[in-house]
Unconditional design. Structure first.
Length: 176
């Protein structure tokens, strides 16, 4: 028996013992924050099935049939490691390039199981990277994003010593 099971048994027998000592079931239920129906159910379980019946059980067993297949799980983890995408974009990526349909919540479940549900602290999205560069006081460039039907472009209205930063960002496709 694990520690959690022992804790469940100890806690529930404590409730039953308190009711037996005080002789007042209503007072005991109010004190421990349970209903009288729960108290009598616990009492009946203890009398009929013994202390093992007081262990909290999960509401339903795990269903491996609805779990993401192993090969898809490996692709999800690969895309996360290589590209650093979030769950929605991983779902789109798999659908577009591999013709695999996985919901974003399914992707999240896989990432959570492997401890990769959060991006590393230094990772930024494209939008955050652009806004951080634009907020720098040393960068004396005012950018206007102009979007037309086909693409977006940047028009520079000033000259600065930090234009190389902006060029390298454009090469890395931070600005699309």
């Amino acid at each position: 028996m694990n520690r959690q099971a022992e804790h469940d048994i100890r806690r529930k027998t404590k409730v039953l013992a308190h009711a037996k000592e005080s002789g007042n079931v209503s007072h005991t239920c109010r004190r421990y924050g349970i209903s009288r129906d729960t108290y009598y159910r616990l009492k009946r379980q203890l009398e009929t099935e013994g202390p093992e019946a007081l262990i909290n059980s999960k509401p339903c067993p795990r269903n491996p049939k609805i779990r993401v297949p192993k090969n898809v799980e490996e692709k999800i983890l690969y895309v996360r490691r290589v590209f650093g995408l979030g769950q929605l974009r991983i779902s789109w990526y798999l659908h577009r390039y591999y013709d695999i349909k996985v919901s974003p919540n399914g992707v999240y479940g896989v990432l959570k199981r492997h401890g990769m549900n959060r991006l590393p602290p230094g990772t930024q999205s494209d939008h955050q990277a652009l806004s951080n560069v634009m907020r720098r006081p040393s960068l004396a460039i005012r950018c206007r994003l102009m979007s037309n039907f086909y693409s977006s472009m940047i028009r520079l209205d000033g000259v600065s010593s930090d234009t190389n930063i902006l060029r390298s960002m454009m090469q890395r496709e931070y600005v699309r």
